[in-house]
Design a protein. Structure first.
Length: 252
């Protein structure tokens, strides 16, 4: 038996309950025959005004994740996509690998499926661009969050030449950041010394802008939501080349 809409695959999408961008962008990219079942890790729309409150937000997401995953597994998915990124980078690759294993073990034991985790999806995506060594990064984070991205990328062998963040004042308001402000951050981190632009922060709308910027800048521009969705598709035997959201989905 097959899910009526998800006759190819059924993905559970786990997001912070404050998030709107992941669902919207995944549905834009979704091929025929794949169904998305979004479930929330419940967190409050807490204000973020400094580094301490940003750390508290990341901890709140982490504390809600295990229950959120178990809720997502009730739909009996073929795969679970973790639709957040900051918590997956935290404290670098060693911790990220432990967290990935912890949640993947739960998914396998209780749901007979695997997961996509932002940090590990980035590692796989960057392998598609073997000439890339130096990266410019934009985020919606406070500087402490940016530092965690830099640490993780250094741990996997990439130099972050420049990083810039919106410093959004709540998890909800990340989705209010404009394309113009995103462009300004990209301009700030780009340069001849940058091989690739990476965007983190899953509630930041970016997948369509990334495709436009690739054409304008002549280099890869990777959006975190395109990265995680690509990872889930390819790891579940779906090879569709999907245009309009950047080179990763269109060419790899």
């Amino acid at each position: 038996m097959q899910d009526f809409y998800g006759y190819r695959k059924k993905f559970a999408v786990l997001v912070p309950s404050t998030n709107t961008a992941v669902e919207t962008e995944y549905h834009k990219m979704c091929p025929e025959g794949v169904v998305l079942a979004t479930r929330g890790c419940v967190i409050p729309p807490m204000p973020v005004s400094d580094e301490d409150s940003f750390v508290a937000l990341v901890k709140a997401i982490g504390n809600a994740t295990e229950q959120g995953l178990r809720d997502a597994l009730t739909v009996l998915p073929d795969h679970v996509i973790f639709g957040y990124s900051a918590e997956t980078f935290w404290d670098g690759k060693e911790r990220s690998d432990r967290e990935f294993k912890k949640y993947n073990d739960i998914a396998q034991a209780e749901g007979n499926c695997n997961i996509t985790f932002g940090a590990q999806a980035i590692m796989d995506a960057l392998k598609c661009y073997p000439d890339v060594k130096r990266i410019g990064v934009i985020t919606p984070y406070m500087p402490v969050g940016d530092a965690m991205v830099v640490k993780f990328l250094a741990d996997i062998g990439y130099e972050v030449v420049r990083i810039a963040g919106h410093r959004s004042d709540s998890p909800v308001s990340i989705a209010y950041e404009t394309a113009g402000k995103n462009r300004a951050l990209v301009k700030e981190v780009n340069g001849d010394d940058v091989d690739l632009i990476l965007q983190a922060g899953t509630n930041l709308h970016f997948v369509e802008l990334a495709a436009q910027l690739e054409q304008e800048l002549g280099k890869p521009v990777l959006a975190i939501n395109a990265i995680t969705f690509w990872h889930a598709l390819r790891n579940n035997g779906i090879p569709d080349r999907i245009k309009g959201f950047g080179s990763l989905l269109a060419e790899h």
